[in-house]
Design a binder for this molecule. Structure first.
Ligand code: FMN
Length: 172
């Protein structure tokens, strides 16, 4: 595929710039046509709309789990906590036995959910959009379970912990 970036903006520079935007990390899960659990680590999560309650995650079209998210409308999104660094690394590794650790259990829809997630969002497909080499998965939120665990942060390809970062200012 030929690059559409205008020199000197290379793919490496684009990746470096995007990694300089700190974010939380989510693990998005579903099941495939055979009922097998599927999922991936995602930092592209963001809020879209309040009424209706919508969120989005961008999924690479090359992901092995891409087909599962195109076929199954039932999804779950879990915000990872600071204890989940190893779990995130597993869910970011192609071909890994992602669910082998037993951290996930099937919910009432059969979708795997992470019980000790910082926040658990039960959701379903609202729209899927083409987004270049990614598919933009827009999810309608059905249920939310908020735990008091601090989320993990991702910045410049490394993980950081909120309790090591001083709080400065707060909006009401
Ligand atoms: C912190 C972090 C955030 C990531 N965010 C995304 C993302 O938003 N979208 C995406 O498609 N891949 C993202 N990835 C990469 C996928 O998790 C990884 O390629 C995964 O293995 C894809 O799923 P597959 O194993 O089914 O191919 C991220 C990886 C890490 C470590």
């Amino acid at each position: 595929m030929t690059s559409t970036l205008v020199p000197p903006t290379t793919a490496d520079k684009f990746r470096q710039a995007m990694s300089s935007f700190p974010s939380g990390v989510t693990i998005m899960t579903t099941t495939d046509v055979g009922g097998e659990p599927r999922g991936f680590a995602a930092s592209s999560f963001c809020s879209v709309s309040l009424e209706p309650a919508l969120v989005l995650v961008c999924l690479a079209k090359t992901a092995q789990c891409h087909d599962a998210f195109m076929v199954n409308d039932q999804w779950s999104i879990q915000m990872a906590g600071s204890a989940h660094v190893e779990l995130i690394e597993r869910f970011a590794t192609k071909g890994a036995d992602k669910f082998a650790g037993g951290e996930f259990v099937p919910d009432h829809r059969g979708v795997p959910v992470l019980l000790d997630a910082a926040v658990l969002i039960e959701c379903e497909a609202y729209e899927r959009h083409d987004g270049g080499d990614h598919t933009i998965l827009i999810a309608k939120v059905r249920e939310i379970d908020i735990d008091d665990r601090p989320p993990v942060l991702y910045f410049q390809r490394g993980f950081r912990h909120l309790d090591q970062i001083p709080l400065q200012g707060a909006l009401s």
